[in-house]
Ligand binder design. Sequence first.
Ligand code: SF4
Ligand code: SF4
Length: 369
Amino acid sequence: MMSRPPLASALERMREDCTDCGACLTNCAFLSQHGTPGTIAARFDFTSPQGRQIAYQCSLCGLCAAVCPEKLDPGALFLDIRRRHVEDGDFESKPYRSILRYESLGGSALFTQYVVPPGCDTVLFPGCTLPGTRPAVTLELYRQLRRIVPSLGIVLACCGKPSHDLGRTAHFQAAFGTIRDRLVEHGVRTVLTACPNCTTIFSQYGQGLTVQTVYQPLHLHGLAKGVAAGASRAVSIHDPCPGRDDVRTQAAVRGIVTGLGHTLVELRHSRRLTMCCGEGGTVGCAAPELSDQWADRRRREADARVLVTCCAGCAGRLNRVTPTVHVLDLLFRPLVAFHRNLPVARAPFTYVNRLLLKRRIKGERLNNA
Ligand code: SF4
Ligand code: SF4
């Protein structure tokens, strides 16, 4: 992990350099309740466990940094505060029990699977939510990518983003380090990710590995062409906030959608200026009302158009308030993707789906060996 300045200097810099211009505040559900980052840095006592609790209301979405004329990064500061909180032994895990259990099971022997065939230097890493909610789509993704990369392997595991975002640095480093080392030891050089959170984690911490999202090869190889996509629709893209700087994936997702014959209507908050769906930074566990506010902001921008996203987590969160589909649904089950009752599993069935998918992948590899 890159070294960072001590928390006290980061807070001082925020107090001194934030001009209270409000550019971030008007875009952020969290800051609009508490004031500018400069005000928060001055008002709260970050030496006390109670004062630090406010950091758990930040979605770590990065929109503030994208709009700040002073090039400040309040989200990074709030993540630093979380890390200090954990280092000091003050972290209270109770509100995060379900997400930590989700992560822990995702990294357990029961749910993980490494399929790295001989000669394989590239693996698909679909993450947790896509295989859990859309196992058939995940399997089809693997099959289609193997037509492009015949020796493609697949790894079912959790990248550890929840612990990363909660500031549980030691835990995250141990868990993700195991994945990274195992891939490198097996001769893997490239990881194809389907989840923007996994993409961020591999990009930041996956030394020795090249990371690319699956949407780029899918678009490049023209998979959208020839798909019977049904009636053309006017849709808007919800770019996931971890991928706000990933211009290649943003272009690929748009290319897939227009390649299927749909028309794009860009949202005011899109690409680099995209907003959180409400799931970011595990904020839904600490402040569900803020999660609702973010989702409602998105709903209002969507203005009744269907949202398309490349994040299964965003799709699940936003679909609770406005029709939202995953771009892989459009690609691999286009005739039903827009149906309101499209089968998308929820917990606890997501866990069952992941176990069944693990078994199917194992069988498929044996049959094709
Ligand atoms: S945009 Fe930057 S300078 Fe303006 S209030 Fe936010 S953090 Fe402060
Ligand atoms: S990272 Fe997102 S939620 Fe956190 S302060 Fe910045 S804009 Fe607000």
